[in-house]
Design a protein around this ligand. Structure first.
Ligand code: FES
Length: 229
């Protein structure tokens, strides 16, 4: 497989995401424990790797995940409304005894990994205890939107999962909906309007309903978005 070195996602005006640079594309389900708490990502499909491809952003394509031009027929308004302030500028800082948690709520879409073993905020407050600290790090690292970043208490550096540059379509079976596009590994994301900060974990809307475009805000749940329709 060719390496996705100059990988980029370009947000076209009122149209699809143009993905370039041999970025692998797959689909993963958010898997839950016996209590129904999200705990893992499970790969369910690989798509053929292509040098470039266009992913539907309006939610109306009949050939999802790819664009079929439906945005033009439906008059899709893809106006980007998200702030381009840096993560650092947006994030609240929660100081725990053994860990610092950063929380930029604007990126949240409710994936729910932050509640599994106790809430990540409570665990951070109890992070003098190793088990609580480790759980808080695990929960923050699994947050696909990158809202949550656990940071080392001494160096204050973010603790990030190691992710290859790739594109994942997320499914949320517990909510019976298809979710956002998970951009992994620090992929450049840009449009006519701006260049967004490159983050290791970013989730962009593919249902067309987000009020925080290009990022997912959880509106796909209320919209009952399914990518097989
Ligand atoms: S995919 Fe559109 S709001 Fe989540």
């Amino acid at each position: 497989m060719k390496k996705a070195e100059n990988a980029k996602v370009t947000i076209s005006k009122d149209g699809p995401y143009l993905v370039t640079g041999n970025l692998p594309l797959d689909k993963e389900e958010i898997g839950c424990d016996a209590e129904g708490n999200p705990v893992e990502f499970k790969k369910v499909k690989d798509y053929p790797t292509q040098e470039k491809y266009a992913l539907c952003r309006c939610g109306a394509s009949k050939n999802k995940p790819y664009c079929d031009g439906s945005h033009a027929k439906t008059g899709f308004d893809g106006t980007e409304t998200a702030t381009n302030d840096s993560y650092e500028d947006q994030a609240a800082v929660i100081e725990g005894p053994g860990l610092v948690l950063k929380d930029a709520q604007g990126y949240c879409f409710g994936a729910g990994f932050c509640h599994g073993g106790g809430s990540v905020w409570t665990l951070t407050e109890k992070s003098g205890d190793k088990r609580a600290r480790d759980l808080a790090i695990d929960e923050a690292c699994k947050c696909p939107s990158g809202r949550l970043v656990a940071c080392d208490k001494r160096s204050r550096k973010g603790i990030e999962p190691s992710l290859e540059k790739s594109v994942t379509l997320l499914e949320e079976p517990r909510k019976k909906v298809s979710g956002p596009i998970f951009l992994k590994g620090g992929i450049a994301l840009e449009s006519e309007k701006c260049r967004y900060e490159k983050r290791n974990r970013m989730c962009v809307c593919r249902c067309g309903q987000s009020q925080n475009k290009p990022f997912c805000d959880g509106s796909h749940v209320g919209a009952g978005f399914k990518d097989d329709k």
